[in-house]
Design a protein around this ligand. Sequence first.
Ligand code: GDP
Length: 225
Amino acid sequence: MVPSAEILPPRVGDPGFADRARRLFAGESRFIAGASSPAALPPEGLPELAFVGRSNVGKSSLVNTLTGRRMLARISHTPGRTRQINFFDLSGRLILVDLPGYGYAEAPKSAVKNWTSLVRHYLQTRAVLRRVCLLIDSRHGIKDVDRPLMGMLDAVGVSYQVVLTKTDKASKGELAAIPEKILSELREHVAAHPEILLTSVVDRRGISELREGLAEFALQFEQTR
Ligand code: GDP
């Protein structure tokens, strides 16, 4: 299948754009809001890029590495904030959105229900949401706990991209088999981006590519203003 221009990050590989993307992510990042209910969501403005995955998948580490900050992990892991949607302004040009992790074995049913309704509300109503990065551990692939969210993203029609984490810990065999398996599952999901990105915060694999893909959304927005 020939991928359409829409799904290819057009500037990946352009050294000038790579540098602009790096500078965007090196700019100031600021915590702007934490919402634990729909009423507490901040007003919509800049384009939003959301990160989601099961707890411990490496979400905070990845967002911190993208921005070169430890602040995001500290805030998102603060007791009381782990169940919130946390919003970070990046250089006044993009909003990074940290959706609460899911899949805690010991989570009470009421917490799962709250998570589901808050996240569904956010995904359904947020016009400025441009892309969701769905983080999956490269050693384990898609798990049953991930599938309800994938179904939700398909149902609300929000474009999402699978980003594999912790590839430095995956064996050669896992890296040979798991991405292929995920790609074939993604073909069944209408809202899934048909490419996956392999990342590691340890050897920094895929970090600049992810920055470039995401910076594209800031640029598109600024070109239409
Ligand atoms: P979160 O719960 O999804 O925010 O996960 P964290 O970012 O807190 O990461 C969970 C654990 O995985 C921590 O011990 C991290 O140091 C570790 N981790 C995260 N990303 C990587 C990675 O790329 N490589 C390795 N080896 N460990 C990672």
